[in-house]
Design a protein around this ligand. Sequence first.
Ligand SMILES: Nc1ncnc2c1ncn2[C@@H]1O[C@H](COP(=O)(O)OP(=O)(O)OP(=O)(O)O)[C@@H](O)[C@H]1O
Length: 264
Amino acid sequence: MLVVESISKTFNPGGVNERIALQEISLHLKPGEVVTIIGGNGAGKSTLLNAVAGVVPVDRGRIILDGQEIHCQREHIRAGCIGRVFQDPMMGTAASMTIEENLSLAMRRGKPKKLRRGVTRKERQHFKDRLELLDLGLEDRLTTKVGLLSGGQRQALTLLMATIAMPRLLLLDEHTAALDPKTAEKVLQLSRTIVEENKLTTMMVTHNMEQALSFGDRTLMLHDGKILLDLGGSRRKKTTVSDLLAMFEKASGKVLGNDRMLLN
Ligand SMILES: Nc1ncnc2c1ncn2[C@@H]1O[C@H](COP(=O)(O)OP(=O)(O)OP(=O)(O)O)[C@@H](O)[C@H]1O
């Protein structure tokens, strides 16, 4: 499904601000597999997702999605088959457009452009059905401008937009981190439902170690641009947050100090 083969990325190579973000990362995701990614600050989590999405070009290595090499494709081409939700609820939706216009754009992502504009009656019904899932009353506000929605409502809508055209891969980059705890839980639960119902192959970055162990099938821990731990199956089921911390310390030789991972 997704094959990441020895990818490396260094920002500002040779300069005073040189940062090695990814070092020879290799990863294989099966169809429908859901992987959570944790790691300390600057471990390379976002760069990994950005490399897969095409936001950051890799220096070396290959990224293959459903047998097709995508590492040389531009970001907007990859966006046709990769859905993405960012940490910032203001990204991913167009504030000046209505809910139905945003959903309509998301439906057409990656498809050949047609001359026809506007939303059909059939599409409108489909959007209503999908919005009901959110349980936020947005199904009755199709013509409301997205800029008028709350952060949580916008993030839930972004999640719907990222998945409405059934992407081949879904990337969630700390997508609940900027929300209040109650809304974060709701958006996380919704993510779980959408991912499970549609068997979406997913990579989710989180700072919350409990979330990392309970969401999906497998957990990767990144450190210094490398995969330090790859936990799945029964071993993962038995792992607690304190086990995870101990594993991190053993594998990295470091103690997690002042880090957001510890605050969750
Ligand atoms: N655009 C950029 N230019 C220069 N350096 C960058 C850039 N993006 C990331 N880096 C550096 O690459 C390394 C990995 O960063 P990345 O954002 O992937 O880490 P992260 O694990 O997502 O961290 P955090 O949890 O703090 O967001 C860090 O040293 C970071 O400073």
